[in-house]
Design a protein around this ligand. Structure first.
Ligand SMILES: [Zn+2]
Length: 331
């Protein structure tokens, strides 16, 4: 009976479509892009551990096609609910994330986590809001999204739950640890770790085989964070914010890239190199096949400002945290 009804509805839709097509010859057609598929979005679904999945993006930056997902998304399926991480940069891609969850399980999504405020990870939040799901983020994420994401996000939807400190979320018997680390995005970075599967969803604390975005990061803070993550999660399967599924070995390569930037910047300091000269530095050999090469000049500038000139912006992150009342830090 259900099948029959579906056929009936299909026929009705077809008749309606024929009608619309006829109408369309007289009125200008409305430009509506077809909903994205995993394929059109350049995403691959990969199982990272039992019931933990990554939607892994393949596009370079800046993306050739605005409909392709820029970052990776995460899915953690528990016993009585699902947690999703980073619903991409648009509502359509956010919808695709939720539709993908529905192909994997009947369980409802309980939590949506933003690993930081950047638009490529939060622009899909309206898809969560339209499903009445709580969106979780850290520290100054609301303020940063509202004041900095306007150019890239026309429907800014900041998290309603602000996490400060250490949080453990439960999906039935399955625990997901939410942890704060610093260095990428001005005090809004967090990661999600699933201990029973030993899977780390690292957000943009980890760019794998890609030049990182560092405009509001701190090279030295991120170096220290990476050393900590390599030690704390030495055996974990890791989903980076950008790039293919990896592990502590891949994270070590990312850290060595930052160590190289630091070494360059210290060399410029010793030699009295001008900023103009420093910015002409080519990508060092081991990193020449990284993607996101358009971001390299920005990395050189950050290295020059923070290390050669000593204008480390970790101070501004610390200032923000120091300004928070103690009672809020404990929430
Ligand atoms: Zn990102």
């Amino acid at each position: 009976m259900k099948q029959l009804r579906r056929w009936g509805l299909g026929l009705l839709a077809l008749v309606t479509m024929v009608g619309l097509v006829t109408l369309a010859t007289y009125t200008p057609a409305q430009e509506t892009a077809a909903p994205p598929t995993l394929e059109s979005a350049g995403l691959t679904l990969e199982e990272l551990g039992d019931g933990v999945y990554g939607l892994v993006a393949s596009v370079d930056f800046p993306p050739a096609d605005a409909g392709m997902a820029i970052c990776n998304g995460g899915i953690v399926i528990g016993d009585d609910g699902v947690l999703v991480v980073d619903p991409f940069q648009s509502e359509a891609l956010g919808d695709l994330l939720f539709d993908t969850v529905a192909t994997l399980t009947d369980q409802p999504v309980k939590y949506v986590v933003n690993t930081h405020y950047h638009f490529d990870h939060t622009g899909g939040n309206p898809a969560a809001a339209s499903r009445d799901l709580p969106i979780l983020g850290r520290g100054p994420i609301r303020e940063f999204m509202l004041t900095r994401n306007g150019e890239n996000d026309t429907n800014i939807t900041p998290p309603e739950v602000i996490i400060t400190g250490t949080w453990d979320l439960w999906l039935g018997e399955r625990q997901v640890q939410i942890r704060e680390f610093d260095g990428h995005s001005g005090g809004t970075d967090l990661l999600a770790y699933v201990p029973d599967a030993d899977v780390l969803i690292a957000g943009d604390l980890f760019f794998h085989q890609r030049i990182p975005y560092m405009a509001d990061g701190s090279i030295r803070t991120l170096q220290a964070t990476l050393a900590q993550l390599i030690a704390d999660y030495s055996t974990a399967t890791m989903l980076p914010g950008h790039g293919s599924v990896s592990d502590a070995e891949g994270l070590t390569i990312f850290k060595s890239y930052l160590d190289t930037l630091e070494g360059l910047a210290l060399g410029w300091q010793t030699a009295g190199t001008s900023k103009e000269e420093a910015l002409a530095t080519p990508i060092p050999g081991p990193y020449q096949d990284f993607m996101f090469q358009a971001l390299f000049p920005g990395n050189l500038e950050v290295a020059y400002n923070q290390i050669t000139l000593g204008q480390d912006d970790a101070a501004s992150i610390q200032q923000y945290l120091a300004a928070q009342p103690e009672v809020l830090k404990a929430l």
